[in-house]
Design a protein around this ligand. Structure first.
Ligand SMILES: C[S@@+](CC[C@H](N)C(=O)[O-])C[C@H]1O[C@@H](n2cnc3c(N)ncnc32)[C@H](O)[C@@H]1O
Length: 263
């Protein structure tokens, strides 16, 4: 069974003491450039909602669609869908049953949602079970993006759509010791992250092999202010957040919205 990301222990502990955490991913700002650190932090939660809305928009959900959110976290996107698309049939899937238990206890009551503990690379559904698939900032954790895309294609009906966001990191042109330290921090704080350095071309080839037509939107700039929250400038030392912030600053990190349509 794949490992649950260890950083969720802290989120679960916060939830246990009353924190209302809906989303665990970066935010999207339409006008990110003039934003200072304080404003970026104050608007982070709203920007997280906006990012998940951007991906939902890519899906084009119709009444009666069967929708699966893979790596659904605490279910914030599905809860929003429950209100915006009451006619859709919603399923949330996560490797971590503890997160699903939190989702189950939240309002609005999930009358049209089901929650399933399983691995994204071995989806426990028959072929063509869904019309729309979501995967918000989770695929970098999966054992293999190629295996996930093949599974996504299998469970989508013809003409179905997967919308996902993902980090695509290029190996930075730095001494091997520095790159190894970056890798160690990413794995320790944000792992599992099996395939850290990858290329969009590779994802494009995996998508084509899975029979999915890929369209890409680069949201890197729009997610930039997130680093004021996940790696505040006054933190010292090499943290996982600081590594992501540095890769973002040096153009080695791209944050992408991917729309994949089953041919
Ligand atoms: C960065 S969080 C994003 C959570 C959620 N999509 C959101 O937007 O708030 C990554 C999620 O992927 C889940 N995950 C990690 N590996 C997984 C796997 N192999 N199969 C299914 N879910 C997985 C984690 O438990 C976590 O909920």
């Amino acid at each position: 069974m794949p490992r649950v990301p260890a950083y969720f222990d802290a989120f679960l502990a916060a939830v246990a003491t009353g924190a209302e955490i809906d989303h665990v991913h970066l935010g999207h700002w339409d006008e990110p450039d003039a934003l200072g650190p304080r404003r970026a932090r104050a608007t982070f939660a709203a920007a997280q909602v906006r990012l998940s809305e951007r991906l939902v928009d890519l899906l084009g959900i119709r009444a009666g669609d069967r929708v699966l959110d893979v790596g659904c976290g605490f279910g914030g996107t599905l809860r929003a869908l429950r209100l915006s698309h009451p006619g859709a049939d919603l399923v949330g899937l996560n490797i971590d049953a503890r997160q699903l238990a939190v989702s189950l206890g939240r309002e609005p009551a999930p009358t049209n949602a089901t929650w399933i503990a399983a691995d994204a690379c071995r989806l426990p559904f028959a072929a063509a079970s869904f019309d729309r698939l979501l995967c918000v900032e989770a695929a970098f954790h999966f054992a293999s993006r190629a295996a996930f895309l093949a599974e996504a294609s299998r469970v989508l009906s013809p003409g179905g759509v997967l919308a996902m966001s993902d980090f695509v990191l290029a190996r930075p042109p730095l001494p091997p010791g520095v790159v190894a330290a970056f890798e160690e921090r990413l794995e320790a704080e944000f792992g599992p992250w099996p395939d850290k350095w990858t290329a969009l071309d590779e994802i494009g080839r995996d998508a084509a092999r899975a029979g999915l037509a890929l369209a890409v939107q680069d949201a890197t700039r729009h997610t930039g202010p997130s680093y004021h929250t996940i790696a505040p400038d006054d933190r010292t030392g090499l943290t996982g957040g600081a590594v992501l912030r540095e890769l973002h600053r040096t153009g080695c990190l791209r944050y992408l919205y991917l729309r994949l349509e089953k041919r």
